[in-house]
Write a protein that binds this ligand. Structure first.
Ligand code: SF4
Ligand code: FES
Length: 250
């Protein structure tokens, strides 16, 4: 069974009836007011690298890969959290952006197992795709620094393996659990370098609504599960109707 690939516009559609005209990489585009620059770019055919954004979730702005240049504005704002404005002129591909994005990806990859060839997500991995998209060929920082590579994987769920060594803490799974499922079964525990995705019951002060948090993820995660980095399906064989029913999927 092949995965069905759909266009991911990065952020949800705006429902506004007002329209905003702008240019993206010199191409005119008109979008509903409230649309993000990332989504407008996707609608205009410009692909902006992203890791933490997906169009089924509200923008979060954590990965810093989707930076763009906007004429007349200082800096390089994240396109996923920047709304369009009338007359805005956005550039999504410049030498400065390429350098910044490559630097961001180098940092991610410097703390990531180099096991792509044996990883179950190989070929269906956004980190791999984005490394390719920014043209990453080497990691100047090396792999010897402090890292999470020895974090232990959890294979207790029959449908996926949770491998914290591969997590970039983009919070997408946590947000999907909240915004899509409404279960709040996941959370980010600890802070800074020690941040880790955790079942909510493991986080002091956060009570789970589901008795088995990882099971609730397999029950409800559809598209976003296949897109995440560490929640790699244990295998890619088609699941039978019975398996799907037992997981609670529609
Ligand atoms: S498990 Fe995946 S989706 Fe969740 S924070 Fe880590 S990388 Fe992001
Ligand atoms: S996609 Fe915009 S900050 Fe991650």
């Amino acid at each position: 069974m092949a995965f069905i690939e759909t266009i991911d516009y990065g952020t949800p559609a705006s429902t506004s009836e007002a329209e905003v005209a702008l240019t993206i990489d010199g191409r005119p585009v008109t979008v509903p007011a409230g649309t993000t620059v990332m989504r407008a770019a996707a609608m205009a055919g410009s692909s902006i690298p992203k890791l933490c954004a997906t169009d089924s979730l509200q923008p979060f702005g954590s990965c810093r890969l989707c930076l763009v240049e906007i004429e007349g504005r200082a800096g390089t704002p994240a396109s996923c959290t920047t709304p369009v404005a009338p007359g805005m002129a956005v550039r999504t591909q410049t030498p400065r952006l390429a350098k910044l994005r490559k630097g961001v990806m180098e940092l991610y990859i410097s703390d990531h197992p180099l096991d792509c060839l044996t990883c179950p997500a190989n070929g269906d991995c956004e980190l791999e795709d984005m490394a390719g998209a920014v043209g990453l060929r080497e990691v100047r920082y090396g792999y010897e620094g402090e890292n999470h590579l020895s974090a232990e994987a959890d294979a207790s769920n029959p449908y996926f393996t949770v491998d914290p060594a591969k997590c970039i803490v983009c919070s997408r799974c946590v947000r999907a659990c909240d915004e899509t499922q409404g279960t709040l079964a996941l959370t980010i525990a600890r802070r800074g370098f020690d941040s880790v995705v955790s079942a909510s019951q493991a986080s002091p002060g956060c009570q789970p609504l589901a008795p088995n948090s990882w099971a609730s993820i397999s029950a409800g995660g559809r598209n976003w599960v296949s897109r995440t980095l560490i929640l790699a399906r244990t295998d890619k064989t088609p699941r039978s109707d019975a398996m799907i029913a037992s997981a609670g999927e529609e």
